[in-house]
Design a protein around this ligand. Structure first.
Ligand SMILES: [Zn+2]
Length: 229
């Protein structure tokens, strides 16, 4: 026979157990929300242009397996956009679909220029994948406009994060008078995420997890650039 008191005690124990489970669930759920919305982000309120290189009739570099650079650029650009939006940045994408931004290469580039030269743009990141005749060459590279102190600083932070997170050989940043670097007053970088001419790296560049790693590293580089400023 079970006494009334014992039933009450068991009922109380069951209620207590339920409360513990609910409290634990709430506690476990909390860090995930905190991770998606950082308490403080240095990119908050900044207007950042993300340029996914190439597109449409211009597929960019063709990898060892036949993959097109333009598509990988867009994937990484979209992932970076998500990170920046979560941090409270304002994001302008030059290209949001697989299509080109004009009928011709000149028209396409003119459209990109019209986006990056606008007043109020705080920073420009152009995403590309590389190719080289020597298939052994691999790893990320970051370019900035010659004599741009801020561009070089931004390039260094992004390359630092990329080199560490990819585990690839650390390079120096490069300066080049590229179209997407010279047509904006804002600090601008071209990020060459890796070499599609290297079979192993091309495979990585096509992997969604690696694309996320690249986007996170670029995001962290931008955060460090603003944090250091
Ligand atoms: Zn390219």
């Amino acid at each position: 026979m079970i006494s009334v008191r014992r039933i009450r005690r068991e009922f109380a124990t069951a209620i207590l157990a339920l409360l513990i489970v609910l409290a634990a669930a709430a506690f476990i759920g909390r860090p995930r929300i905190a991770a998606a919305e950082p308490a403080f982000s240095s990119s908050h309120g900044r207007t950042i242009v993300i340029d996914a290189g190439h597109g449409g009739f211009d597929g960019g570099a063709v990898g060892v397996s036949g993959a097109l650079e333009a598509n990988i650029n867009l994937e990484v650009a979209r992932l970076l956009r998500t990170r920046l939006l979560e941090s409270g940045a304002r994001v302008l994408m030059t290209r949001e679909t697989e299509d080109a931004l004009g009928e011709t290469k000149a028209g396409d580039m003119a459209f990109r220029k019209s986006v990056i030269e606008q007043d109020g743009v705080d920073l420009v990141v152009s995403i590309h994948m590389n190719k080289f005749r020597d298939a052994r060459v691999n790893g990320p590279q970051v370019f900035h406009m010659p004599k741009s102190v801020e561009g070089e600083k931004l390039a260094r932070f992004i390359l630092m994060e990329l080199s560490r997170d990819t585990g690839k050989n650390k390079r120096e940043v490069h300066s080049e008078n590229f179209f997407m670097l010279r047509n904006t007053k804002a600090p601008a970088v071209i990020v060459e995420c890796g070499f599609m001419s290297n079979r192993a790296e091309e495979k990585l560049l096509l992997d969604p997890d690696y694309q996320q790693l690249l986007a996170d590293a670029i995001y962290n580089g931008i955060e460090r650039y603003y944090g250091a400023g």
